[in-house]
Ligand binder design. Structure first.
Ligand code: ADP
Length: 396
């Protein structure tokens, strides 16, 4: 059918993955990232076997922008052997209440997504800038938005409501949930690898730089730890997670901080970094002998267990716990610490299976099956983009 480019654009980085679509199925062709955009960008790309196929550095005097870098990337893809690029799929963090399904991007949709930037200031503007950059260099190339909020659109009203005056809810101040592209992939994958239990009560833990939990029942999200913004829920690399709103008032009233300073503190200086004073990176914390690093890891694991307990209540019990993303897929230590706190729910880890990152890490006697499932958000975006383009759907 052709090839689809999936983009995940941040403020200074652009992750990409190219898939060939064969019989509706995405086959990985290449992937990579451009980092340090705005300073001295660095592109690196690998083929499906992990072999480096392109690497380039730009200096500041090259004045490389998101637009010129994306133009360069598209040139490379189009110049490579026999490609037929049929569309670009984007990870867009916020779809608000209007967009629960992937949608073809046009100026009208972009304007509605622009209005959601204040709800995801660190992600949404950069996601949309990449769409506009592609529009500028390839105006006729179809583009599709896949939303991190989409998978949570059917969670019950009681789990979306904030206890604030109704007028605020009417203007969209409610819980949305994020990491939905990852959770949708996990839910589908579980349907393939564990069809019986995947129909039961599942908690998926997406533990990366951003981190959240999702309660999944019959393959659908019924509750999640992130809320109105991606600040809520678990402790993250640099984000605070669940916080007493009174602490925010204190920052404004007693510390006399500005809105920008508070935003920076909550999004970029808190979480594992703020608590440890060492790093936001779990690998660095695990390697550190600073006691505050250990305390930060403990807080991370404690919050996972505490909030998993809350989601188990939303599910009415627990049949399966799934770990995914950078920390979830690779850190036996974090999995062991959080699972130890969930023993009361019937979670029992097999230390050997956990230490060697096996796909099932619970003991045969464990009441809850514990799995490690690598996520693949890019594949999910490729599937949606291919489906939408094949269906020839227009923007709603
Ligand atoms: P993002 O949310 O940016 O996509 P990732 O899913 O790649 O992030 O996760 C990044 C996190 O995963 C970092 O904290 C990193 O230290 C952690 N991580 C990666 N590999 C390991 C490992 N082997 N052990 C512990 N933590 C790891």
């Amino acid at each position: 059918m052709g090839e689809i480019l999936c983009l995940n654009a941040g403020s200074s980085s652009l992750k990409f993955a190219l898939f060939a679509i064969r019989d509706g199925e995405p086959i990985p062709a290449a992937s990579g990232k451009i980092e340090n955009i705005g300073l001295e960008p660095h592109l690196i790309a690998h083929d499906a076997k992990g072999k480096t196929i392109a690497e380039q550095r730009w200096t500041q005097s090259d004045n490389a922008t998101h637009e010129t870098l994306l133009g360069d990337l598209l040139d490379r893809i189009e110049a490579s052997a026999g490609p037929d690029l049929i569309g670009v799929g984007h990870r867009i963090v916020h779809g608000g209440i209007d967009f629960s399904e992937p949608v073809r991007l046009d100026d009208r949709v972009l304007a509605r997504l622009d209005a959601l930037c204040p709800l995801a200031p660190l992600h949404q503007p950069h996601n949309l800038a990449a769409v506009r950059a592609v529009q500028a260099v390839r105006p006729s190339l179809p583009q599709v938005a896949c939303f991190d909020t989409g998978f949570h659109h059917a969670i019950p009203a009681v789990a979306t409501r904030l206890a604030l005056p109704r007028a605020l809810e009417d203007e969209g101040v409610r819980r949305y949930g994020f990491h939905g592209i990852s959770y949708e992939y996990i839910a589908r994958k579980l349907g393939e690898i564990d069809p019986v239990l995947s129909g039961g009560r599942v908690i998926a833990a997406h533990l990366g730089n951003g981190a959240s939990l999702c309660a999944i029942k019959d393959g659908q999200s019924v509750d999640t730890t992130m809320g109105f913004t991606a600040l809520d829920g678990l402790v993250m690399g640099t984000r605070c997670g669940t916080l007493d709103p009174g602490a925010v008032l204190y920052l404004f009233q007693q510390k006399r901080m500005s809105a920008e300073q508070v935003e920076h503190l909550l999004y970029s200086e808190s979480g594992l970094l703020g608590v440890s004073g060492v790093s936001s990176d779990m690998r660095a914390l695990l390697a550190s002998d600073d006691p505050r690093a250990d305390e930060a890891i403990d807080l991370f694991a404690w919050q996972i267990a505490r909030q998993a307990g809350a989601l188990a209540s939303s599910l009415g019990g627990l049949d399966m716990l799934v770990f995914t993303a950078g920390i979830g897929e690779n850190s036996p230590e974090v999995r062991a610490r959080s699972c130890a706190r969930l023993a009361w729910l019937g979670v029992e880890i097999d230390a050997e299976a956990n230490d060697s990152n096996q796909s099932i890490i619970s003991t045969p006697a464990s009441r809850v099956t514990v799995r490690v499932v690598p996520t693949d958000e890019e594949r999910m975006i490729a599937i949606h983009t291919a489906d939408l383009l094949a269906a020839g759907k227009d923007a709603s």
